[in-house]
Ligand binder design. Structure first.
Ligand code: 5CA
Length: 446
């Protein structure tokens, strides 16, 4: 993409309404625009990152054997009356009446709708296990929407639902989700720590939240510092193997890590003092096992091997897709702007032409652009007439992890400059070497 042809409405000034750095930087980098309280338009740069995050979520869900579908945003109140949650959900549910006077709602979550799909089409244990998921907009009429996309009213969530014959199979589904979430967040350059939590209006008694540590996080958390040394890495896990998934769950949940709702002072005190931490965190996902809560209420049964009808065991599993943009920026920025991890960056590199209109520089930039596209990467080429300082400031603000700077002086010696946004280190090299380096850097992210 050439910047002169793109739509990147960056702001020079800090917007007064933004209280935390991610909100400020998303507005300044022209990624989002507030449409009304807690509801945002996604401008091209923000939309690109949102799609990258969503794609990683899809890839990792499918790797774990989960199946994508798409349910609507508007739901009938009748299903929620069956589960008993229509009244219980409270003020956060946006209730709507259609022209025929029918009660509808904008879905805050989808347990009822998915259970209805399941009971209409599945009747035998032979069709299990089954995990269905979608990535869809949700609406929760939060009393205090704030911090931009972090606590929105309309937000994008991946929500998945498992259906299993018994508790053991459902626990495997829970563990499988935990493993796939660890992989998902690490691909986005994040460390998200599973912590024992409270299940709230979703229900059930087994639940973990995934938290990214950040001073601006809304959750208070308590943990054993040893947990921050754990990495999932690129292990090749067999998701169909219950023992393998259980072992990962044990590795990542055996140390103390809890949100304030489930915090236990006595247990916490058993950790050596030097390892006790209390901090703040951003909740980027949550997994639940709730057994037969919804299948009992809504009559979702299957015939077991003996031909007897039994209620299915279920869980639900959510990832805050739009919130993740804020969480990644909170974890990865400096005073000049965002620093995107390679896995989610909107463009793979920036190309800065120091002297637009200079024939050698223009030709070299055009050739570089072609070469970067040729290896399957997306560059953002600043071909505007802006002075060099302004071009650098924009690139730093929008946070592309790599920048290639092209100027007449370097070209005389046959070199361009490759700069890392994270370290600030620049290296001179021939243009073809810079392209080869980018290919190497991005190889693990394909
Ligand atoms: N049905 C379950 C799992 S699918 C569920 O709704 N879980 S949840 O309530 O924990 O939401 C899942 C994730 O959505 C949360 O972990 C959080 O990352 C994100 N989320 C929840 N509320 C908001 C909000 N108001 N703004 C942005 N993201 C949110």
């Amino acid at each position: 993409m050439r910047l002169s042809q793109y739509f990147l409405p960056v702001l020079k000034e800090n917007p007064a309404e933004a209280q935390i750095v991610s909100h400020r930087l998303m507005l300044r980098a022209g990624m989002i625009k507030q449409a009304s309280a807690g509801i945002y338009s996604w401008l091209p740069l923000g939309f690109k990152v949102l799609r990258r995050i969503e794609n990683i979520v899809h890839e990792e869900q499918q790797r774990a054997g989960h199946i994508a579908l798409l349910m609507p945003t508007l739901q009938s109140a009748d299903l929620w009356r069956e589960s008993g949650r229509y009244e219980a959900y409270g003020e956060e549910m946006l209730r709507i009446t259609d022209r025929h006077g029918r009660d509808m709602l904008y879905g805050p979550t989808n347990e009822e709708l998915i259970t209805d799909i399941f009971r209409s089409h599945v009747s035998s244990y032979r069709d299990l296990p089954l995990t269905l998921y979608h990535v869809q907009w949700k609406f929760r009429d939060e009393i205090r929407p704030r911090f931009g996309v972090m606590r929105g009213r309309e937000f994008l969530m991946k929500d998945g639902y498992n259906f299993d014959i018994d508790e053991a199979a459902a626990r495997h589904a829970y563990n499988r989700h935990l493993v796939s979430y660890l992989r998902t967040y690490e691909r986005m350059g994040l460390q998200a720590i599973p912590m024992r939590a409270d299940s709230g209006p979703i229900g059930g008694d087994d639940t973990h939240e995934f938290l990214v540590l950040a001073d601006t996080g809304e959750s208070e958390v308590f943990y054993d510092s040893e947990i921050t040394d754990l990495r999932f890495g690129d292990r090749d896990i067999d998701y169909a193997n219950p023992q393998a998934c259980q072992a990962v769950l044990e590795e990542f949940t055996s140390r103390y890590a809890r949100t304030d709702e489930t915090h236990d002072e006595a247990l916490f005190a058993e950790i050596p003092q030097s390892r006790r931490r209390s901090a703040r965190g951003i909740e980027v996902g949550q997994i639940f096992y709730f057994g037969t809560k919804y299948s009992d209420a809504m009559g979702a049964t299957v015939q077991n091997a003996e031909g007897k009808p039994v209620p299915v065991h279920m869980g639900s599993h959510g990832i805050g897709v739009s919130r993740l943009l804020g969480a990644i920026i909170e974890a990865s920025h400096d005073d000049r702007g965002i620093i995107w991890p390679e896995g989610v960056t909107p463009f793979h590199c920036g190309i800065v032409n120091l002297k637009q209109g200079d024939e050698a520089a223009d030709t070299a930039c055009a050739a570089l652009y072609k070469a970067v596209v040729g290896i399957g990467l997306e560059p953002l080429y600043d071909d505007t007439k802006e002075r060099a300082g302004g071009k650098f400031a924009t690139m730093d603000l929008i946070g592309l992890p790599w920048r290639i700077t092209v100027g007449p002086r370097g070209l005389k010696n046959g070199v361009v400059e490759l700069t890392s946004r994270r370290t600030g280190i620049s290296e001179e090299m021939p243009p073809e070497d810079a392209v080869a380096r980018l290919a190497e850097i991005y190889a693990p992210h394909r």
